[in-house]
Design a protein around this ligand. Structure first.
Ligand SMILES: [Zn+2]
Ligand SMILES: [Zn+2]
Length: 692
């Protein structure tokens, strides 16, 4: 009899591995096919053979994928921990993070794939072909000091978790590369995580250049199923030395793991937003401890959770305070919008001093980057006669006006229609856009920057709309790098990671909304975004001296902007942590969100209230605090009403213990109280939620 983790949907309540009959003794981590209900499913042997008498009705394993070496004990432990912590089934999570092709291929097909890979790597150039050290740029004094301290903490025995806090342009990547070189030389594998697929090609190129002859594979959702399997197998078999990927790659099977790098560790993309809502950053730290691998968390604006752990001495802190080549950080200029005349044609959105600064850049042949976190032309269309607005019929949100394809599109459910010629309510022909998105900003910039004496400015826009087709982002970025663009307009997409050499001015047009958001993490995200965006300016030391970050604001006295002006992350973090300590918010408490979706808000609320009543009867309830159910900012999406309930505890362990009792009880509740809870379409828990 063996235990097999199978992919059972959470609502079945079958989260734990199930018993099956097996003639042979199978090691844990072996992939098998077993009958499950009326289907045959793929599973992972979780516990090898036990000899207790098996119940007669037990089913037999149908196929063993023996060609595939079993998943390692550490991998199984990582999955078990993640499933427990994020409250999902072990098999559900295990199968979700393995390549989907493994479910389709039989043992012989897998054996073929493996043989092909092994043959290919036998003819590949040997790993001794690393480029000679003479060609490498010498590390800066700061980089050298950081690497020396890293080596010191590694030599001390424990695999350290290290926060590499480096200002933008300080050369964090060079530290990653040199730390990776050391791990590779010691015969280890290296895992590098990045927040977005867009950022993988440029990092992959840098690693490939540095480690010529080493086998590097990527793991992210942009790969074809066949590629994903091939890359996964190469890592699992130990043929690949380096794995580069997005959050999913934290589960890559790597038998000789020695180093995990998490670049831009503060980035919200590391948190999975559906299914098992895991944080790849947090799991990377856990995995490092588990496998005695060094974990390097890099950021110019670390998350406050990470910063706090470094303050407590649980992480080693290494700092890079200087830009490579001695370039200055961009000067921050706050434009007080209260003092600006209301320019008629631009609705006051671009202040005259900013327009003048942009014109200066164009005249000097330098580039500017203007960002606004809203795509489309205008967030809403409006009829001045009857008050009609372009609401989405399926969501509690406005449909966005996209001028280029004349559509009204809902960014929540995707519902799209052609823009009506006249008001659909009263027939008024004069319906007008309110507010602005990147499309409109692009149009207004073209207008404002036109001059009688010079050729028209070259303006490009990068956002989710302009980069929809494959390869379009690369070609647009290429145009910026080639100097064919004067002003680049975009959403926060343009602020991340890209190395624009000729940009000397970065402007945030309207960032104030985050100052007063109900989400306590909004200021942290805004500060990171602005500092990150400003970091795009002056990366070429020749231009660094006159690079500037402009922020248009109605609240120039705000403490966040004051800290930004001094590039003072430490002061900002200290003030935020003080506020959070006072309010009992993370990292001084642990949170979970219980979400419910239903056809009516009442049904969703009723379900959450029933869950709360149930909670009060359970042991450990006194260690947690349940808040009343509330709708999220956009309550209805695609005709589904959403409601959420916050659970808070000063102790992470107490919250975990309570969730482990409460959630199975909620499954029971759903079966018992058919009337109320069947109207709930689905419910799920989000542990350590990022957006509240
Ligand atoms: Zn009207
Ligand atoms: Zn919608």
């Amino acid at each position: 009899m063996v235990q097999v983790a199978v992919e059972a949907p959470t609502h079945t309540g079958l989260g734990a591995p199930l018993d099956y009959l097996s003639d042979r003794s199978l090691p844990a981590g072996t992939l098998v096919r077993v009958p499950f209900g009326k289907r045959e499913v793929t599973g992972v042997v979780w516990q090898g053979r036990r000899d207790d008498p098996a119940p007669a009705e037990l089913k037999r394993i149908t196929e063993t994928l023996a060609a595939l070496p079993p998943l390692g004990a550490a991998w199984c432990e990582l999955v078990a921990f993640a499933a427990g912590y994020y409250q999902r089934g072990i098999g559900e999570l295990a199968l979700a993070v393995l390549p989907p092709e493994l479910r389709k291929l039989d043992d012989r097909q897998i054996a073929n794939r493996i043989a092909k890979l092994q043959k290919a790597s036998a003819v590949a150039p040997s790993a001794t072909a690393d480029s000679p050290a003479a060609e490498l740029p010498p590390p800066s004094a700061e980089q050298e000091a950081a690497l020396a301290r890293l080596a010191e903490s590694e030599a001390a025995g424990d695999a350290p978790t290290v926060l590499l806090h480096g200002v933008t342009g300080s050369g964090k990547t060079e530290v990653y590369l040199r730390a990776a070189a050391r791990a590779l030389d010691a015969g280890k594998q290296v895992l590098v995580l990045v927040p977005e697929i867009n950022l993988t090609p440029q990092l992959e190129a840098r690693f490939a250049q540095r480690f010529a002859g080493r086998r590097i594979v990527a793991q992210h959702s942009g790969l074809t199923p066949a590629q994903r399997l091939r890359h996964w197998l190469a890592a699992h078999l130990g043929l690949a030395d380096l794995v580069l990927g997005t959050r999913l790659a934290v589960f890559a099977s790597m038998p000789r793991l020695g180093l995990i790098v998490v670049d831009e560790e503060h980035d919200p993309s590391y948190k999975q937003q559906e299914g098992a809502r895991y944080s790849a950053r947090d799991l990377a730290v856990y995995r490092g401890k588990l496998e005695r691998a060094t974990v390097l968390l890099g950021s110019a604006t670390p998350s406050l959770e990470t910063w706090q752990r470094a303050n407590e001495g649980r992480y080693v802190r290494l700092g890079l305070a200087q830009r490579i080549g001695g370039g200055a950080l961009p000067a921050v200029r706050l434009v007080d919008m209260n003092a600006m005349p209301k320019a008629k044609n631009a609705g006051g959105v671009l202040s005259p001093p900013l327009v003048a600064a942009l014109q200066e850049r164009i005249a000097r042949g330098e580039q500017s980057l203007v960002f606004l976190n809203r795509r489309g032309y205008a967030p809403v269309l409006h009829c001045g006669e009857c008050g009609w607005k372009s609401a989405c019929p399926h969501c509690s949100a406005w449909r966005v006006f996209h001028k280029l394809d004349r559509s009204l599109r809902c960014h929540h459910c995707g519902f799209s229609e052609r823009v009506p010629r006249a008001c659909p309510e009263c027939g008024n022909l004069d319906i007008s856009p309110i507010g602005r998105g990147t499309e409109r900003l692009e149009e207004q910039l073209a207008d404002l920057l036109r001059s009688e004496t010079a050729p028209p400015p070259r303006i490009a826009r990068i956002d989710a709309d302009s980069t929809r087709t494959k390869g379009s982002l690369e070609s647009q970025l290429g145009a910026v790098h080639a100097g064919d663009v004067d002003v680049l307009v975009g959403t926060q997409m343009v602020t991340k990671g890209h190395d624009f050499r000729r940009v000397t001015l970065v402007a945030a047009v309207n960032p104030d909304a985050s100052l007063f958001s109900s989400d306590f993490r909004a200021p942290e995200r805004l500060f990171a975004l602005l500092l990150q965006a400003g970091g795009r300016a002056g990366r070429d030391a020749a231009h660094a001296a006159r690079s500037e970050l402009w922020v248009q604001t109605w609240h120039p006295q705000h403490a966040l902007y004051a800290a930004l002006k001094r590039h003072d992350f430490e002061a900002f973090a200290a003030s935020q942590l003080e506020e959070r300590a006072g309010a009992g918010l993370p990292p001084y408490s642990s949170l979970a969100l219980l979400r419910a979706d239903a056809r009516t808000p009442e049904a969703a609320r009723e379900f959450l209230q029933a869950a709360a009543e149930l909670a009060a009867t359970l042991p450990g309830a006194d260690a947690v605090m349940l808040y009343p159910p509330v709708p999220p900012p956009v309550a209805r999406v695609a005709d589904v009403e959403r409601m959420q309930m916050l659970i808070e505890s000063p102790s992470r362990a107490a919250l975990q213990r309570f969730l482990a009792i409460w959630l199975p009880a909620i499954h029971g509740l759903r079966r018992d109280r058919a009337a109320a809870s069947q109207r709930v379409l689905r419910w799920a828990v989000d542990v350590d939620p990022l957006a509240i």
